[in-house]
Design a protein around this ligand. Structure first.
Ligand SMILES: [Zn+2]
Length: 152
């Protein structure tokens, strides 16, 4: 795993597999060149960390069935692969991991340009997996191996 940055002031390191990290760093550099500041929020997550996120979501949404619309069950998150990344807009911290992220410059730029770097949106609106729309969550499918991991 390669560190692609730290999440704002938390100091928490965000890591991805090498090939996804390289692609993301290239993407962030190109976006910055046109005044769009994309930041990493969350990349690789170990199963134990996902477990704590899932438990918090069950407490918040009342049941496991309700929670899975928001947080993947431990062992099932794309973040375990090291090929998925949650990103934010540096200038809009209030939009971090929130639906209004889709109104940021960062999201608009990603929609136009992310594919060029091998990234695609994992959970578009009305996705067949029934996961809520997550405009901040992108996965790297830029190599045959990465595609194989996501079985697409
Ligand atoms: Zn995510």
């Amino acid at each position: 795993m390669v560190v692609v940055g730290k999440y704002r002031q938390t100091g928490r390191e965000v890591k991805l597999r090498a090939e996804a990290a390289e692609a993301l760093l290239g993407l962030m550099t190109q976006a910055r060149a046109v005044g769009v500041a994309i930041i990493p929020i969350s990349g690789f997550r170990p199963v134990a960390y996902q477990e704590s996120l899932f438990r918090k979501a069950v407490a918040k949404y009342g049941s496991e069935d309700a929670a899975v619309r928001w947080v993947a069950r431990p062992g099932h998150s794309e973040h375990h692969t090291g090929l998925a990344i949650d990103v934010g807009d540096d200038e809009n911290p209030a939009c971090d991991v929130e639906p209004p992220f889709e109104e940021t410059q960062a999201f608009h730029w990603l929609q136009e340009n992310a594919a060029q770097f091998g990234f695609e949106l994992s959970f578009p609106r009305n996705n067949p997996r029934g996961v809520n729309y997550e405009p901040w969550h992108w996965r790297f499918v830029g190599t045959p191996e990465a595609k194989q991991i996501f079985r697409i």
